[in-house]
Design a binder for this molecule. Structure first.
Ligand code: OSB
Ligand code: MG
Length: 347
């Protein structure tokens, strides 16, 4: 396939309700959609980056800059035989995995169309149905959280993940566990704790959590190993794992027992598959994380979640939980609310 064009569009979408994590509250998303054109075929990807550099170091603004000034110029005019070749051809650009993933995944969409093969099968997927969990932002009170969990369980979600931070943790988990003694329950701290908090984090052990996601620093695998050796709850790494090598190191030093794979965080489908393969070889279960994506990002997540090592429910909950309206048609409409604030076309 000959890569002809890469078109970026920034769309603005308001969440149905604010989503609070330990690093902040998100009301509005600024999402970059990538449309790639190769051999006259158009494919779509989403840059699953945050608006601020509080999850990882990327932002909507840095992704726009790096794609338009570095990634697109490196790829336009190139002929490749598979989207799997993309990481090698842009490896000189350090970091910026989320920017890279948006582009690479759009090219996977083109490849699937050209080969007349559904993306999930092209990626090596084997599961025709996937398990879905849900991620719940921090609430004003444990009672409000319990009410929300009731609703999500009624919708059929198979795992409930609670966002936690210091001061909004034990009470919330205790209330959820008391009301629902048998559900699959997990927590995600998004790096809100330090090794000084070991004694405090041990207090979560009795609640039989499926996992505790990324309690410590976003870039510190080693400290997670020190924590894992002192708590019973399985640690799941999210922020720390940016490639297959990180996964291998984390598993080797026993920093976690589970890994969350996010396409953006690891740089796209090719590297996600490598992380999956490393974990599978070491019997470490993986699941697909989410970044409050719109439909295109979620569709790519679902395709990846069909690989055989994705044995735990992912954060692939329904679009309708986050968005009043979600889909492609409106990005071409002239509706002021959804019209792109800018469009950049590289060719
Ligand atoms: O750590 O998994 C996370 C949302 C934004 C940033 C980080 C995370 C999350 C989620 C959302 O938990 C999950 C979803 O997209 O449904
Ligand atoms: Mg997480």
């Amino acid at each position: 396939m000959k890569i002809e064009k890469i078109i970026l569009r920034e769309i603005h979408m308001r969440l149905k309700s604010p989503f609070e994590t330990s690093f902040g509250v998100t009301h509005d998303r600024r999402i970059i959609l990538v449309e790639a054109i190769a051999d006259g075929v158009s494919g779509w990807g989403e840059v699953t980056v945050g608006e601020t550099p509080h999850f990882n170091s990327e932002t909507t603004e840095t992704a726009w800059h790096v794609i338009s000034d570095f990634i697109a110029p490196a790829l336009i005019g190139k002929t490749i035989s598979s989207a799997a070749e993309i990481p090698e051809s842009i490896k000189g650009i350090r970091g910026h995995q989320m920017a890279k993933a948006g582009v690479e995944n759009a090219l996977w969409d083109i490849e699937a169309q050209q080969k007349k093969f559904p993306l999930w099968k092209l990626l090596g997927g084997t599961q025709a149905e996937i398990a879905c969990g849900v991620s719940l932002g921090i609430r004003e009170s444990p009672e409000a959280l319990v009410r929300r969990i009731e609703e999500e369980l009624r919708s059929g979600y198979q795992r409930i993940k609670l966002k936690i931070k210091p001061g909004k943790d034990l009470e919330y988990v205790a209330a959820a566990r008391e009301r629902f003694p048998d559900i699959r329950l997990s927590v995600d701290a998004n790096s809100a704790y330090t090794l000084q908090d070991v004694e405090h984090l041990k207090k979560l052990d009795p609640f039989k959590l499926l996992m505790m996601e990324q309690p410590l620093a976003w870039d510190d695998i080693y400290s997670h190993a020190k924590l894992q050796s002192q708590i019973q709850t399985a640690i799941c790494l999210d922020e720390c794992i940016n490639n297959a090598q990180h996964a291998e190191s984390a598993i080797e030093v026993k920093a976690c027992r589970i890994i969350n794979i996010k396409l953006g965080r690891v740089g796209g489908h090719s590297e996600a598959k490598r992380v999956h393969d490393v974990c599978r070889a070491k019997s470490i279960p993986v699941w697909c994380g989410g970044m409050l994506e719109a439909g295109i990002g979620r569709a790519h997540n679902i395709a990846m979640s069909t690989l055989p090592g994705f044995t735990l429910p992912g954060d692939v909950s329904a679009s309708a939980r986050y968005w009043e309206e979600d889909g492609l048609p409106w990005i071409r409409s002239s509706d002021a609310r959804t019209a792109p604030s800018r469009e950049s076309i590289g060719s």
